[in-house]
Design a protein around this ligand. Structure first.
Ligand code: BEZ
Ligand code: FE
Length: 273
């Protein structure tokens, strides 16, 4: 076989993927292969670096189980998860901006009445906070029957699923609006917290000189019949790390006042069609 250039090699590899039956798979595979080949050439990847990369990916896989998804954490810390949100949920002007979902959502959280608290296990450091406002449509008007799925880390910086001392479903609740579209969630002021750094994604943060902290936030998934669901957070304006969120999730429109025990925020949803 004659010597071939990296460009000719890429062309040969792509040719072998030219008859993938599924058109979308073909598009994704050929684009990924092209970018990977160009990356290897551009950085002049050594054999040792390639092998370190393979070992790193293997270590990430070995860290994954039903509770821990280290690949998603890697995607989050590289800003890829946020990019996927950005291109898939182009928010219409005036609607609530989306941000990362994160790995700590739990299906089937307790259904609560408006004004109920999500705090099952009070902690000494708790600073009471009520988050309240309206869920309304971009077309104007309150939305009846909107669901707010709310979760946050406890005042010790851990989610219930990370901390066996917490009651399962602590700091979680699902609320449904009435005819006035109003919601009211009693909770505690969120704290900034570190994402897990005991695995390969954390080691990569360390090696690249990055911290592993998220600014204080409360998660929401807000959905309503006939409207696009928004996955988002509210961030505390007084939190550290707003400018350096480890997963790049902060958006100016989601930074709100949480001092004085009260936080006012209206969620605006875009009609579905
Ligand atoms: C979170 O906010 O729960 C989260 C998001 C991305 C990575 C880790 C945690
Ligand atoms: Fe979070």
């Amino acid at each position: 076989m004659p010597n071939i250039t990296p460009e000719e090699h890429l062309a040969e590899v792509l040719a072998r993927y030219s008859e993938v039956p599924d058109a979308r798979l073909a598009e994704i595979m050929t684009c990924a292969i092209r970018h990977m080949h160009e990356f290897v050439v551009e950085v002049g990847l050594t054999r040792e670096e390639w092998f370190a990369g393979m070992e790193g990916l293997a270590a990430i896989g070995q860290m994954c189980d039903e509770k821990r998804q280290e690949f998603i954490l890697l995607s989050d810390t590289l800003g890829v998860s946020m990019l996927v949100e950005m291109i898939n949920h182009l928010a219409a002007e005036g609607t609530t901006e989306p941000t990362v979902f994160g790995p700590f959502h739990v299906d089937g959280a307790t259904r609560r009445e408006m004004g109920d608290s999500i705090v099952v296990d009070p902690m000494d450091a708790d600073e009471p906070l009520t988050i309240l406002g309206e869920v309304r449509s971009l077309e104007g008007g309150p939305i009846e029957g909107a669901t707010l799925d709310v979760w946050q880390a406890a005042s010790n910086g851990y989610y219930d699923v990370q901390d066996s001392d917490q009651t399962p479903l602590n700091m979680r609740g699902v609320y449904t609006t009435g005819a006035d579209g109003r919601y009211e969630v009693r909770t505690v002021r969120p704290v900034s917290y570190p994402v897990p750094n005991d695995g390969p994604a954390g080691a990569l943060l360390e090696a690249t000189g990055r911290h592993n902290w998220r600014p204080a936030h409360v998660h929401f998934v807000v959905s309503a019949p006939g409207h696009k669901t928004v996955i988002t957070h509210l961030f505390d304006r007084e939190s550290d790390f707003l400018d350096s969120d480890v997963v790049f999730g902060v958006r100016d429109s989601l930074i709100v006042d949480m001092n004085g025990g009260r936080c006012d925020y209206d969620f605006v949803l875009e009609p579905a069609a």
